[in-house]
Each structure stands twice: as structure tokens, then as C-alpha cells.
Design a protein around this ligand. Structure first.
Ligand SMILES: NC(=O)c1ccc[n+]([C@@H]2O[C@H](COP(=O)([O-])OP(=O)(O)OC[C@H]3O[C@@H](n4cnc5c(N)ncnc54)[C@H](OP(=O)(O)O)[C@@H]3O)[C@@H](O)[C@H]2O)c1
Length: 237
């Protein structure tokens, strides 16, 4: 055993692969998802809708009741398209309702999860937090434009991560908080956009999960407050 890791968004493609990767490495994995089904590798599972404010208390109570002491948290929650809402090609296609939905799933889920974990961080904590984000959320890296709602919400997630890294290091200098770009991985989220994607840049979910696990394991307080590519190199915010 190398500690207990909470995987949120456990029933997505990258979430499921991460649970396997982490448990293969000897971690105890506990999970949070909108779905009720407990996966085989999960030691404890909570079904909760992280977009809702009530989830903060529900997750906190679940951790307390089950005496779950976390060494790490990996939040996979994210959304790129749904019900015919596709990434915008231009300003005209951008609308308030889809932007709000994107912010809710891409940012608020991570925010509520952080709020539920925060009360358990004591001064000696070495908690490692990893938000699965996306390179397209990097403002500096944006050369193509488009995908307004996804880009804007992932940029907001990146700022949440940066702020969290600062606040939690003040509280407990041993903590580390980062965002990671997983690389293009076949999943429901990426499916409409991978047909013409170069095959050598389309990574199977187990490869992606092992890369994220490697980054998670090498996390130190010195490397906190950064956005990382799946190969471990830094991406400018
Ligand atoms: N696949 C790629 O090529 C790629 C590239 C760059 C970044 N990413 C990022 O990687 C992460 C995982 O994506 P994936 O490829 O595994 O896609 P996926 O299979 O579609 O999984 C979607 C994820 O988002 C969660 N989710 C969706 N709607 C939610 C909601 N309303 N409330 C809470 N959670 C919600 C799901 O959790 P539950 O179903 O368990 O509730 C699941 O973890 C996302 O943050 C995505 O932006 C993926």
C-alpha cells in the first residue's frame, strides 16, 4: 500500500483507467461519480453530483463517516460536448447556456471537491491534488482559436488549481496541487474529434492513465502550482 487516492469522475474513460493503474501500483482507491455502481478496484464509493453545492457536505460527511484519510485526489471531471452542443468554431456560435454548463462541469465539479477535502488538510498534510485539465485551456498555447466554452472553462479550472496551490501551501507546506493535460485519448468526450487525428498521437486509456499516475507519484511541493503535459514537461498557463 502506498496510500489512499480519491478518483472523482471515476466512471469516465480516463477515470476508470486511472483506478486500474493506481490499484495495480498498490494504492487504495476510493471513488466519486454520478453513477451508483461501485467498480471492482474501488474500496469505497460515493454517488454524488459534483456540480451541485450540496455535494460539498455530502463528500465531506462520506470521508468522515468512513474514516477515509486521503493522500491524494485526482479529479477527472470534464465535458466537451453534449446533446448536439459541439465546440464552437466562432464567436457567433458561443452562447451563455452552454458556456455556463461547461463552467459547471469543467470547473465547479473540481471546486466543490476541493471544498469538501479542504477541512481535512492539517498543517502536516502532504496531500497531492491533480486536476485533469487540457492544453487547450492554456492561454499562452492558444494558436488556433475556437472551442470557446471548453477553452474558457479549462482556463478557469487552471486558475482554480493555481489559487488552490497557493492557499493550501500556506496552510500546509507539504501539499502539492497541479493540473495535467492527459493527451488525446479515445473516449466519449474525444470521439467526435479523433477521426482525422494522427494515430501516433492518439493514446490508449491505459497509456494515458499510467502517464498521469507517473506524474502524480513524482509530485512534490516544489513542482506545485503548474500545468503539466502528460510527458511531465511544463505547459505555460
Ligand atoms: N479524452 C481526451 O482526449 C482528453 C483530452 C484532453 C483533456 N481531457 C480531459 O480528461 C478528463 C476525462 O475525460 P474522458 O476522456 O475520460 O471523458 P469521458 O469518458 O467522457 O469522461 C467524462 C468525465 O467527466 C465526468 N463528468 C461528466 N459530466 C459530469 C457532471 N455533470 N458532473 C460530474 N462529472 C461529470 C465523468 O464522471 P462520472 O461519469 O464518473 O460522473 C467522467 O469522469 C476531462 O476533464 C477531459 O476534459 C480528455
Amino acid at each position: 500500500m502506498t496510500g489512499t487516492v480519491l478518483v472523482a469522475g471515476s466512471h469516465g474513460t480516463i477515470g476508470r483507467a486511472l483506478i486500474k493503474s493506481l490499484s495495480d501500483k498498490g494504492y487504495r482507491v476510493v471513488t466519486v461519480s454520478r453513477k451508483a455502481e461501485k467498480l471492482a478496484e474501488s474500496d469505497n464509493h460515493l454517488a454524488v453530483e459534483l456540480t451541485e453545492e450540496s455535494s460539498v457536505a455530502l463528500v465531506g460527511q462520506w470521508l468522515k463517516d468512513n474514516l477515509i484519510e486521503l493522500d491524494g485526489v485526482i479529479c477527472c471531471c470534464g465535458q466537451l460536448h453534449q446533446d448536439g452542443n459541439l465546440p464552437e468554431k466562432n464567436l457567433k456560435q458561443l452562447n451563455q447556456a452552454w458556456l455556463a454548463k461547461s463552467m459547471s462541469v469543467n470547473v465547479v465539479t473540481h471546486m466543490h471537491l476541493a471544498q469538501s477535502v479542504a477541512p481535512f488538510i492539517k498543517s502536516k498534510s502532504r496531500l497531492r491534488w491533480l486536476s485533469v485539465s487540457a492544453k487547450v485551456g492554456s492561454i499562452e498555447d492558444n494558436q488556433l482559436g475556437g472551442w470557446y466554452s471548453y477553452r474558457m472553462s479549462k482556463s478557469a479550472l487552471n486558475m482554480l488549481v493555481k489559487n488552490l496551490s497557493i492557499e493550501w501551501q500556506r496552510k500546509a507546506s507539504g501539499t502539492s496541487v497541479i493540473a495535467v493535460h492527459p493527451g488525446t485519448t479515445p473516449s466519449a468526450l474525444s470521439e467526435p474529434f479523433t477521426k482525422n487525428w494522427p494515430k501516433d498521437k492518439l493514446y490508449p486509456d491505459d497509456v494515458t492513465a499510467n502517464r498521469i499516475t507517473t506524474i502524480f507519484e513524482s509530485l512534490t511541493p516544489d513542482g506545485s502550482g503548474k500545468l503539466y503535459h502528460h510527458d511531465g514537461t511544463e505547459i505555460p498557463w
